[in-house]
Design a protein around this ligand. Structure first.
Ligand code: DGL
Length: 271
């Protein structure tokens, strides 16, 4: 059986890519809820309803593990999903990202950029301070990065101007004044903007995202449950979208290596 993965759009493909690198024998079915993106500006009740519907659609296809490749849904709906799918391992992206940041920061001053809902929920703050209680965490919602990533405008003057506007306050001071030494890209749409963000924050700031650490958590979970695919499995990837599958396929090509893009993206209805 494949692993099921969902996000509001193409952002979670950054996680899918890391999963494929970590687990090359596994099959994947990825759902982008493109009809209802963005999740990051919606209320917890709405995000939870959307997440339940996306997870149900994947579970009905037969999956052996669910990856919530969306920080917003991981922050707001993970407990509900675990409650609903008791027989399935459900892995979110917030805890792996928080643990990676806690390990990467030397000074314990950590900045987190995410969607507005993830920032408002304080999920990263809590998860980072669970492993590093003395850490200072500054969070900020950067919703325009989601639109830039969906549009493919990840570099150039507009992306740079947006990054400066969002990040100047957090990084425009000295270390002595509390400048963070680590920045968490706490939204799966943000890694494609990594180079632009890097130019704004400088080379001395560690940029952390949860893709690779989530993939490592998934491997451990598959090993624990005895569900790891054998070396002679034939891996297959399916992409599903809730709207505009051709557009999804086009944008996905910017996130995934060409040999990994399936021939078509299937349109699904979650309502
Ligand atoms: N990629 C999603 C996340 O990690 C959300 C983007 C959005 O739909 O607002 O939070």
């Amino acid at each position: 059986m494949p692993l099921g993965i969902f996000d509001s759009g193409v952002g979670g493909l950054t996680v899918l890519r890391a999963l494929r690198d970590e687990l090359p024998s596994e099959s994947f079915v990825y759902l982008g809820d493109t009809a209802r993106l963005p999740y990051g500006t919606k209320s917890p009740a709405t995000v939870t309803r959307y997440a339940r519907q996306a997870a149900t659609a994947l579970a009905e296809r037969g999956i052996k593990l669910l990856v919530v490749a969306c920080n917003t849904a991981s922050a707001l709906a993970l407990d509900e999903l675990r409650e609903q799918f008791r027989n399935l391992s459900v892995v979110g992206v917030v805890r792996p990202g928080a643990e990676a940041a806690a390990a990467a920061s030397v000074t314990g001053r950590i900045a987190v950029i995410s969607t507005e809902s993830t920032a408002a929920h304080g999920a990263y703050d809590r998860e980072i301070r669970r492993v590093r209680p003395e850490a200072h965490v500054a969070s900020r919602g950067c919703p325009l990065f989601v639109a830039l990533a969906e549009e493919g405008w990840t570099s150039g003057a507009i992306a740079e101007a947006v990054a400066k506007e969002y990040l100047a306050d957090l990084f425009g001071r000295t270390r002595e004044d509390g400048r963070p030494d680590c920045l968490v890209l706490g939204c799966t749409h943000f890694p494609p903007l990594r180079e632009t963000i890097r130019q704004v924050v400088g080379a001395d700031v560690q940029l952390v995202d949860s893709a690779a650490t989530t993939a490592a958590v998934v491997r451990v979970e598959l090993e624990r449950t005895g569900l790891l695919a054998g070396p002679d499995a034939t891996p297959r990837t399916q992409l599903l979208a809730t709207d505009a599958p051709e557009r999804f396929a086009r944008v996905a090509a910017r996130f995934l290596p060409s040999d990994f893009i399936p021939d078509e993206v299937e349109l699904v209805d979650l309502s």
